[in-house]
Design a protein around this ligand. Structure first.
Ligand SMILES: Cc1cc2nc3c(=O)[nH]c(=O)nc-3n(C[C@H](O)[C@H](O)[C@H](O)COP(=O)(O)O)c2cc1C
Ligand SMILES: [Fe+2]
Ligand SMILES: [Fe+2]
Length: 402
């Protein structure tokens, strides 16, 4: 897509990447993405806000040239230094001899190790500082952890435009700049939520403080770094409300204590059922269901685990380890918000029994509160062992009240 106007003096010069299907290794991007970048023209100076992924340098440069000679750029502002925002910087600065690069304090450190170019003219943009372009001001607002510790917003009060970095963005790609003429709104909403979960799910309190900062401004337009530009009266209010809902501290109505397991011959399953019975005996109103990991959608299980008050996880030992679906589930644990979450580990084994200790080691690595009495049985649990599993579940549930 070629350059387009956001306002009379602000231009979208970013790149669409409809073919992208996986972003940052972990995010599925079914609807592609865009690397949004903006030129802001004042009476005296010109700024470029955000750049682009290196892969698209030539096309990106073409877009910039449609609205300004790169040599005329005075400032390159990076709200965030992840390579989708900063990738072209090395090549671009060769064409912008007078451009000063403005980033947050953390960004200035990251950029050194991302570009490995000590001669780049990097300056720190402190919270509240601003640059005057001549009739257009760009003010920097610290927004840490939205997405990285280096993230910030850039605000242009004269145009009522906020350059929001990854905030309110989406991996979604239609050949339009604005949110006003989307062809597939339901798909956009799905992409918007997926983006929030992957990028901001771990940082709800930072999202709340970012939203509070945005609310203090009289924003008409949010120039995101990915996906459509959001406008007041169209998607902006909706997007802010969604972020607010998703990031508000929430408490489960009933204690949520899911049990996840796999079982080749039903032995670990029997333990899961008895642990469930024990938990429910201790906390009758608990939402405590046992899930065979192979029977459910991983995204659903991941959501349950990360919302839970505590959980149990069980695996048989197969070839000296826990089984792959259990590892896969644990790879989806939100490690930032999982700290201290109580977990009970259990499983049946035949002779060496590595599954349970290996899972315990992993969960301790995630700083979970592993219940001391992990529960293992050899081959088929006898009636007495089943009762012990139930008692273990009961004690685990009792420990949650402490
Ligand atoms: C293919 C296979 C490999 C196994 N490897 C081990 C092992 O390395 N160490 C061990 O303690 N048990 C091993 N076992 C035994 C199982 O852990 C044991 O049968 C257990 O009760 C299975 O529990 P489940 O019915 O919940 O799957 C193995 C079993 C199978 C089928
Ligand atoms: Fe990012
Ligand atoms: Fe980004």
């Amino acid at each position: 897509m070629s350059a387009s106007n956001v306002t009379k003096d602000i231009f979208a010069v970013g790149i669409l990447n409809p073919a992208m299907r996986i972003f940052d290794v972990v995010m599925k991007t079914e609807y592609g993405t865009s690397y949004n970048s903006y030129v802001v023209k004042g009476a005296e100076k010109t700024a470029l806000v955000e750049t682009c992924h290196l892969t698209f340098f030539d096309q990106y440069l073409e877009n910039i040239r449609q609205v300004t000679d790169p040599a005329a750029i005075d400032y390159i502002i990076l709200n965030h230094c992840e390579p989708d925002h900063s990738g072209v910087l090395g090549r671009l600065t060769e064409l912008c001899p007078k451009a000063k690069i403005l980033v947050s304090q953390a960004g200035s450190l990251y950029l050194k190790n991302i570009t490995n170019n000590p001669s780049l003219p990097i300056s720190v943009a402190k919270d509240g500082e601003q640059v005057d372009l001549g009739g257009k001001t760009l003010r920097f607002i610290s927004a840490p952890f939205l997405h990285w510790p280096d993230s910030m917003f850039t605000w242009c009060p004269e145009e009522k435009v906020l350059f929001s970095c990854d905030v309110l963005g989406s991996h979604y790609c239609e050949p339009y700049t604005f949110d006003t003429n989307m062809a597939y709104p339901a798909k956009y909403e799905e992409a918007f939520k997926g983006y929030y979960d992957a990028i901001f799910g771990p940082f709800p309190s930072y999202v709340q403080s970012g939203l509070a900062k945005i609310r203090q401004l009289d924003v008409q337009t949010v120039c995101t770094s990915h996906g459509p530009v959001l406008t007041r009266g169209c998607r902006l209010e909706w997007a802010m409300e969604q972020y607010d809902q998703w990031s508000k501290p929430h408490k489960n109505e009933r204690p949520l204590i899911p049990i996840f397991y796999c079982s080749a011959y039903g032995n670990t399953r029997k333990l899961a059922q008895m642990i469930q019975a024990g938990i429910l005996e201790q906390i009758p109103d608990a939402d405590c269901q046992a899930y065979d990991i192979n029977d459910y959608d991983m995204g659903m299980l991941q959501g349950l685990l990360n919302r839970s008050d505590a959980f149990a996880v069980g695996s048989p030992t197969i070839n000296a380890d826990a089984v792959a679906p259990v590892w896969n589930l644990l790879s989806h644990v939100d490690a930032i918000n999982n700290r201290k979450r109580p977990v009970l580990v259990f499983g049946s084994y035949g002779w060496s029994g590595e599954a349970v200790p290996n899972l315990v080691a992993r969960l301790k690595g995630l700083k979970s509160a592993v219940f001391e009495e992990e529960f293992r049985t050899i081959f088929v649990p006898a009636e007495e062992e089943l009762q012990k599993a139930k008692e273990c579940g009961k004690r685990f549930a009792a420990s949650l009240a402490k």
